[in-house]
Write a protein that binds this ligand. Structure first.
Ligand SMILES: C[S@@+](CC[C@H](N)C(=O)[O-])C[C@H]1O[C@@H](n2cnc3c(N)ncnc32)[C@H](O)[C@@H]1O
Length: 233
């Protein structure tokens, strides 16, 4: 376990023990020279926080964004590639270290739609080392439900369902932990963590449909329960 002075005033977000970025850097604590693959750079908040940690631990950050954000940082521990994150052949050709040795942590914070997140999980799971984890940002719709924002609520709920589906499809290969929105402590919208139990290069299972009951039954269940009770008298 490494001990850091998180009070260094450089990266404010890491001061908060409940923040997503701190949860992720804490996860890296028992990794030697950790390797991180990040999808989605934009303002560079996550990039900067990861690099703060990785510079101290002789680690490396590989970041991919569809837009050119190569000027966000100038760290020697950082490699940036402009690409769609689904284009794995191209990314692995440029980041051949990932293809050879895998990474300890993958952070998905790019295109927040369920079908995209599910594809990313299925593609990139293979390149995660054993006991590594894929973290997925924005999986809890609570803050949108508070504001009665329908579409955002649906998008986040569908992403949440997609991650659950991935976990159930790979139930013998993964552990799934979900960090729900914790608004008083940090204004973030939930974080998913898929922990890999199997070796680097082991792929995700082929996607299978998981049986689900008709959701209308859930809505009318209290009524059905009453009817069942009445009939049993
Ligand atoms: C929410 S922002 C990332 C925020 C960043 N992680 C941070 O903490 O500041 C999403 C980013 O994903 C990028 N993006 C969207 N779709 C993408 C895709 N298919 N492949 C790669 N990057 C994508 C966008 O250009 C945008 O920069």
């Amino acid at each position: 376990m490494k001990n850091f002075d998180y009070n260094e005033p450089i990266i404010e977000v890491l001061l908060n023990k409940h923040s997503h970025l701190r949860i992720m850097t804490d996860f890296l604590n028992n990794k030697e020279k950790p390797k991180v693959l990040e999808f989605g750079v934009a303002r560079g908040s996550s990039t900067t926080a990861f690099l703060w940690y990785l510079e101290k631990t002789e680690g490396k950050l590989f970041s991919v964004d569809i837009v050119d954000y190569s000027k966000v940082h100038n760290s020697k521990n950082w490699k940036f590639l402009q690409s769609n994150d689904l284009h794995s052949d191209y990314i692995l050709e440029k980041f051949d270290e990932i293809k050879k040795n895998g990474v300890d942590l993958i952070y998905i914070d790019s295109y927040h739609e369920n079908h995209h997140v599910l594809k990313l999980l299925n593609i990139w799971f293979k390149y995660l080392k054993k006991d590594g984890a894929i973290f997925i940002d924005d999986i809890d719709s609570f803050s949108f439900k508070k504001k009665k924002q329908i579409w955002h609520s649906i998008v986040y709920d569908l992403t949440d369902d997609a991650i659950k589906k991935f976990h159930y499809n790979n139930v013998e290969k993964t552990l799934y932990t979900k960090y729900l929105a914790n608004l008083p402590f940090c204004a973030e919208n939930g974080l998913g963590k898929i922990y890999k139990l199997v070796d680097f290069n082991e792929e995700a299972n082929p996607s299978k449909k998981i049986w689900e009951y008709n959701p209308i039954l859930k809505m009318i269940y209290p009524l059905l329960r009453k009817i069942k009770q009445l009939l049993s008298f």
